[in-house]
Design a binder for this molecule. Sequence first.
Ligand code: 2P0
Length: 346
Amino acid sequence: MSVHIASTTAPVNIATLKYWGKRDTALNLPTNSSISVTLAQEDLRTLTSAATSASFERDTLWLNGKEESLDNKRTQDCLQDLRDLRRALEEQDKSLEPLSQWKLHIASENNFPTAAGLASSAAGFAALVVAIAKLYQLPQDMSALSKVARKGSGSACRSLFGGFVAWEMGEQADGSDSQAVQVLPLDKWPEMKAAILVVSDAKKDTSSTSGMQRTVHTSDLFKERVDTVVPRRFNEMKEAIVQRDFPRFAELTMRDSNSFHATCLDSYPPIFYLNDTSRKIIRLVDGINAFYNETIVAYTFDAGPNAVLYYEEKNEQKLFAFLYHLLSGVDGWKSKYGDEQLKAFS
Ligand code: 2P0
């Protein structure tokens, strides 16, 4: 009996304008639009293979070599949507095999720590949806597929595109206009680089899903953020990206990270994602920009203590000279650069 197989990789995306809050928890509809940068394929990514055959007896999912339950609503919703899309194709073309009725075997692997605030669910659901869409030979309309990935994990919808991506929150109650669109492909701003400082690879203690709803229900700052601050920043940041205005992009990114963590702290009980090392990195970035009298680097932090720094390639040596000096004494400091290469920066 024939087995059909398809594989894909999906990279992590790191928000520069944060998604934090749902207006509909079942459909993963956000309270604000957001913007992110999708990292290059070869860095942090999920590799997913999906197979289907009339002989498979049940749906299975293997995550990083371990069998995981598929018995959660979000994954089930994604699988159902994909099967519905395939069924529509089969109804149009009776010569197609009935893949929509067969069970799926899915294997997925991350090349980075899972659930440590490094957007593993984003890459995971994006890869799951694209691998099955390939398997089912669905039309590769990424905005349409982003609506399926969004149901798995909100931020996943942004990982379907490379480069600079906006998730438009939409207005419809059924989520039909809550989708990702590309703002600028990476090759239009190839100088943009990201450095990830892994402060901790431990699993976070407040999940994004529960943390964001605590903020929605208890934070006074949150209302100001979603009603006024983010809508204005959404347009400003898209403009900064299209114009490749790094200092403007960097300032908006840092302000939005601060605003998001402020609403976390304003939640009741408060949510702490940053730790002392995160705060040292914030001060370091401020110090570097002040030293050069120019904004050459931006920090941003998601639902965890790890920092993502954005900078332009031409400033890599300026940045890494500082990073090397200040972080080389820190226990466990590791870098993709060897020690000798880093010394050459200083
Ligand atoms: C973001 N985060 O925009 C924000 C910034 C974390 C901080 O999207 O409940 O895992 O699965 O929709 O997508 C993390 O939230 O949450 C997230 P669900 P998700 O990247």
